[in-house]
Ligand binder design. Structure first.
Ligand SMILES: *Cc1c(COP(=O)(O)O)cnc(C)c1O
Length: 473
């Protein structure tokens, strides 16, 4: 047996590359990253490709490793070139992506050291770091110091955690689900419906509350519907509001909804996945008045804090409720649950072993400071308003004045179907590739969306978008 072990050792030791090998790989990867970052002007935002990355399937896993040059070339050709480049400042579609460089430094260190920040006992400093980030966000939204939450992989999982927590906190059992009522508008993000199904609440009653002409919930209608449902013996238990919808960036009247929720003992959840970090801006903070009345908030640092994909957060006012739903223990964990000075993420999340995702956010805030984030957020708002004004001068019709950094617009041609014409604008923009726009349909009407949230979007990219649109119409 010893001989067999000894024979395996030199091969298995390849998992620990030597210093010289590491340096070589690091240099090649650094070169690739620098090339990506330094040549942004030559990048297009959308690349129409023939193969669509299909050749990745021809690049098989083999017994022996390949050279870094080969591997990076495959990555470049199949992954980092075709279709959408979410890191580009010309990305105005959906909700644009981030990718602030310091995220990569945090991830690199988290991966190399592989600290386990799920349980206080294993990495008290890492757990404190994640809790410090959560408390910082709780303070931003106006929650009390006892509030906490959890760093998630994104907004969808954050919303799911809020739903399961609300369900348990309001004592909704399986037998109650068909009588339980949830309130939202049709503009709420679709991940909530997905989460309701995952949470076993498919059969609950969903009331879509009417909206005003700015696509915001009408609180009076909400209240009337709740009273009607109570009179019918149903169980109203949760209301959702958006602080920045995906379609138009609208913020629901949070204060009015919060008061109604309190009066009727409903769990009030705010989906601020896209819009939440605009609260860092002193000028925009008032638009979120009432958000502090909520019981939970979903917010995405990989959107409004411009970090790379893979970090969201659920903030919960009553930490005990989050704990109630997520804490569980097992015999093999008996050494880990000592008296914790700070709550462990594993007790507040479905995850046990997890990515130390706090480090990427912490290192970014520490290295860059808060000022550039605040300036970038204010800049995005102004860029969107500038676009909103200028696009009208080109003859486009626009939707409501933007609350945040998303505007909708469309062209009304004289002798052609408007929906088809605007669809063609989006297609032509995609073929050009320098910028990227996406669209939506509201009440049967096709609208083009202009969403500004990339930290790389500055006046230059907005002017380019306006020039392209001018040429097309
Ligand atoms: C993006 C988004 C979500 C979903 O978040 P992910 O991070 O993509 O999972 C939920 N709500 C709103 C308003 C969003 O913009």
């Amino acid at each position: 047996m010893i001989q067999k072990i000894k024979a395996l050792e030199p091969i298995s030791r390849k998992l620990e590359p030597m210093g010289s090998q590491r340096s070589y790989w690091n240099a090649a990867v650094q070169d690739y990253a620098d090339n990506f970052l330094d040549n942004f002007n030559q990048h297009t935002t959308y690349v129409v490709s023939e193969t669509m990355g299909k050749e990745i399937y021809d690049f098989h896993f083999e017994e022996n490793g390949k050279s870094i040059e080969e591997v990076l070339q495959c990555l470049k050709d199949n992954v980092d070139t075709p279709n959408l480049n979410p890191a580009s400042g010309g990305h105005f579609g959906y909700i644009p992506g981030g990718g602030v460089y310091t995220t990569a430094l945090g991830d690199y260190l988290a991966a190399v050291t592989n600290r386990y920040a799920g349980i206080f006992f294993a990495c008290p400093g890492g757990v404190r770091m994640e809790n410090m980030l959560l408390r910082w966000m709780c303070e931003m939204v106006g929650y009390p110091t006892t509030a906490l939450g959890n760093l998630t992989s994104g907004g969808s999982i954050a919303n799911l955690s809020a739903i399961t927590t609300a369900r348990d906190a309001k004592g909704i059992k399986a037998k109650d689900i068909e009588r339980s009522v949830i309130y939202m508008t049709a503009q709420l993000h679709h991940c909530v419906q997905k989460s309701l199904r995952i949470a076993g609440m498919r059969e609950c009653i969903i009331r879509y509350i009417p909206m005003d002409d700015h696509f915001k919930m009408k609180p009076k209608d909400l209240n009337q519907q709740i009273q009607k449902d109570i009179a019918q013996g149903l169980l109203p238990f949760m209301v959702f509001a958006s602080a920045g919808t995906t379609d138009t960036g609208a913020i629901d009247p949070l204060e009015a909804i919060g008061i109604i929720a309190q009066d009727n003992d409903l769990w009030f959840h705010v989906d601020a996945a896209y819009g939440g970090f605009f609260m860092l801006s002193d000028t925009l903070k008032p638009a979120f008045k009432g958000v502090e009345l909520s019981d939970s908030i979903a917010i995405d640092p990989h959107k409004g804090l411009f970090l790379s994909y893979g970090i969201g957060a659920i903030l919960i006012k009553d930490t005990a409720a989050l704990y109630e739903t997520h804490r569980y223990t097992a015999n093999y964990m008996q050494d880990a649950f000592t008296l914790d000075e700070d709550p462990s993420p594993a007790d507040l999340s479905p995850e046990l072993t997890k990515h130390f995702r706090g480090l990427r956010m912490w290192i970014s805030l520490q290295l860059l400071g808060l000022a550039p984030f605040k300036a970038a957020l204010d800049e995005k708002i102004l860029l969107c308003h500038y676009f909103y004004k200028e696009v009208q001068k080109l003859g486009f019709e626009v939707g409501p004045e933007p609350d945040l950094s998303i505007a909708i617009f469309r062209y009304l041609p004289k002798n052609r179907n408007a929906n088809a014409f605007n669809q063609e604008i989006v297609d032509r923009i995609m073929q050009d590739g320098r910028i990227f726009l996406s669209s939506t349909t509201l009440d049967g009407v096709y609208w083009i969306r202009f969403a500004v949230l990339s930290f790389r979007t500055h006046l230059e990219q907005v002017e380019l978008a306006l020039r392209l649109l001018k040429k097309l119409v």
